[in-house]
Ligand binder design. Sequence first.
Ligand SMILES: Nc1ncnc2c1ncn2[C@@H]1O[C@H](COP(=O)(O)OP(=O)(O)OP(=O)(O)O)[C@@H](O)[C@H]1O
Ligand SMILES: [Mg+2]
Length: 148
Amino acid sequence: MEYQITTRSAEETMQLGQKFVALCKPGSTFCLTGDLGAGKTTLVRGIAKALNIKSVVQSPTFNIMKVYFDGDRPLIHIDAYRLADVNTDIGLDEYIGYETGITVIEWPEFIKDLIPETAIEVNITHVQDNVRNIKITSDDKELMEGLK
Ligand SMILES: Nc1ncnc2c1ncn2[C@@H]1O[C@H](COP(=O)(O)OP(=O)(O)OP(=O)(O)O)[C@@H](O)[C@H]1O
Ligand SMILES: [Mg+2]
């Protein structure tokens, strides 16, 4: 199933992230694709906000992964950008889909082998200035119905 939404500000994209938290099952994995600056980390900030995480979510480009335990559920934030063309066997698979947590992966194309089949795909395209087109693809009926 597929659903498309247009957001017109970073706040609106964050609100979509908040909706994801309300609708997704524990252990869900979101794969965020889109160009540099599309709004992937912005969406993760919305997810963090809904989980009552107080830490500021930065792009973990230099960490590859950051796990936030200070919210209602764990948030596992992976940015695989720097894993392009390198050996990815660094134990990330132990964290993806972690128990009751939410896993969000930026640049999932670089760790294709580690992505669960049930992952929810979110593709963000930069339309103009503050406008983004966001396409969500998932087999999770409740999530997809809830987004409408
Ligand atoms: N509708 C919108 N949705 C999301 N971000 C927006 C929107 N309009 C403007 N922005 C701005 O676009 C930028 C998106 O940056 P962000 O770090 O989220 O991108 P990213 O996809 O994570 O990039 P990278 O690949 O470098 O990690 C932010 O400065 C944000 O304020
Ligand atoms: Mg980012």
